[in-house]
Design a protein. Structure first.
Length: 466
């Protein structure tokens, strides 16, 4: 997520706003009478009194989980909701695994209570970093089972903890969620209390068995400012984004598909004809402009010392010819292509969307003769089109759906031709961002989070079919 935006959200008084007052807050807000944005996809937006979102006619949004709820394991539902994955579950139900982007010591927003009074309820050996009991790391994931028929959560529990700033992540074809730490904190940081290095990926399998997953970092996937991942459905290759203004685009080729802990090869994307390309297109950069709608052949450079104790992995990759991106965030694998968002790229630093088309021989020797293609799919440089695109997904009908990381955030659809339309606007908690958009396997529900204080919504309505 955008750092300055996040800092603002954390300071806002909405963090302490009780949920009992949410409907009243939304209903009394002075801006409710403002004209709604037009939505080409589903029609203009409307706002109903007491609702958190403005939506097209026929759509509704229901709060299904919120910070502070008592979960099935007796703990509190943590705050700072971020990335989220969905899985088809038994009896026509769905399972959601949700990230919580929490920093060390955020006790009041964590699962264990204001003073960690519920910490004894879990096995401390399963907590990644307890911070010498002075600066407990409370980032992690929660798992939920949701019934689309009754529109209710039937199970919710803490599934991973002890990590830092679990921002986004991604689902895998083997029924797990990769949760990513967006940090480079090290042992001894946070006033000397951290006991382990951070900046890793962790894996949580979909399960309705209540209990913590033992937090084991997947170190061979690299230590950097992780944001999100997407998995090649056949090759098992994991693509990774990095939320840094000087980040690169990574892929991890596992030794064993479906078992990331068995190690593998970490690589960074290089544009074949343009080594160390700068894709950011900032107005003040004295570099060639990276064009829209032009496909560039790519190659991949191997990276070593991926544990990066000096936090320099992206810099070493760039020196080896890797392309540079500005705050790459959400990523999603679609139909033989994947899209990823760069929140602060572009001439006005308001965002870019890239498309990568993998080689038919992705990760194999023949890839050199048939390389993957990178394209700057969309850089509107128009705040009315979108601003600060963050998490994204692909809709059942094939459009890219993005969340904005800004005040008065919107959910926006983008057609294959690059045409945009507004799906929803945050009205009730307008100073916080949307995060974690994901459609249910049935295509009937769009799940999405409002990060602060922490709300998960289920949006239903006349969604387009494939």
């Amino acid at each position: 997520m955008n750092n300055s935006r996040r800092d603002f959200v954390k300071k806002t008084t909405l963090v302490s706003l009780g949920f009992l007052g949410l409907n009243r807050f939304a209903a009394n807000a002075a801006f409710l009478g403002a004209p709604a944005a037009d939505s080409k996809g589903f029609g203009p937006l409307y706002h109903r009194e007491g609702q958190l979102l403005s939506l097209p006619k026929g759509f509704t949004a229901k709060v299904i989980s919120k910070k502070g709820d008592r979960m099935s394991d007796g703990l509190f539902s943590p705050g700072n909701h971020d990335g989220m994955g969905v899985f088809k579950w038994h009896n026509n139900k769905v399972m959601l695994i949700r990230n919580h982007e929490l920093t060390p010591g955020s006790h009041g927003a964590g699962a264990f209570g204001k003073h960690n009074e519920l910490l004894s309820k879990v096995n401390k050996d399963y907590i990644y970093d307890i911070g010498k009991s002075k600066q407990l790391c409370v980032g992690g994931t929660t798992t939920m089972v949701y019934n689309e028929q009754s529109q209710k959560i039937e199970l919710e529990y803490l599934s991973l903890t002890g990590t830092v700033r679990n921002c986004a992540g991604g689902i895998t074809p083997w029924n797990s969620w990769i949760t990513c730490e967006e940090t480079e904190l090290s042992i001894g940081d946070e006033n000397g209390f951290l006991e382990k290095d951070h900046g890793y990926n962790f894996e949580v399998f979909a399960s309705d068995k209540i209990g913590l997953t033992k937090a084991v970092p997947i170190k061979s996937m690299g230590r950097f400012v992780h944001e999100a991942v997407a998995v090649h459905p056949k090759a098992g290759i994991v693509y990774q984004t990095e939320d840094s203004g000087t980040g690169v685009f990574y892929r991890f080729i596992p030794n064993v598909i479906g078992d990331l802990h068995k190690g593998g090869k970490l690589q960074a994307l290089v544009i074949s004809e343009w080594k160390s390309a700068d894709t950011r297109n900032y107005e003040n950069l004295k570099t060639d402009r990276f064009p829209e709608k032009k496909g560039f052949k790519t190659e991949w450079v191997d990276l070593d010392h991926v544990d990066a104790p000096e936090n320099d992995l992206r810099l070493r990759a760039y020196q080896k010819g890797a392309a540079r991106f500005s705050a790459a965030e959400g990523i999603w694998y679609g139909e033989n292509e994947l899209f990823f968002a760069c929140t602060s790229g572009g001439r006005n630093a308001k965002g870019q969307i890239f498309k990568y088309i993998p080689s038919q021989y992705e990760g194999q020797p023949m890839e050199k003769e048939h390389p993957g293609i990178l394209e700057l799919f969309l850089e509107p440089n128009d705040i009315n089109t979108f601003q600060n695109c963050d998490n994204l997904t692909i809709a059942p009908w094939g459009d890219v759906v993005i969340c904005e990381d800004k005040e008065d955030a919107r959910i926006i659809g983008i057609t294959p031709k690059g045409e945009t339309y507004v799906i929803a606007k945050n009205i009730g908690l307008r100073e916080s961002e949307f995060a974690g958009p994901v459609f249910s396997p049935s295509g009937n529900t769009l799940f999405v989070n409002i990060q602060s204080p922490g709300v998960t919504l289920a949006i239903t309505g006349p969604w387009k079919s494939k």
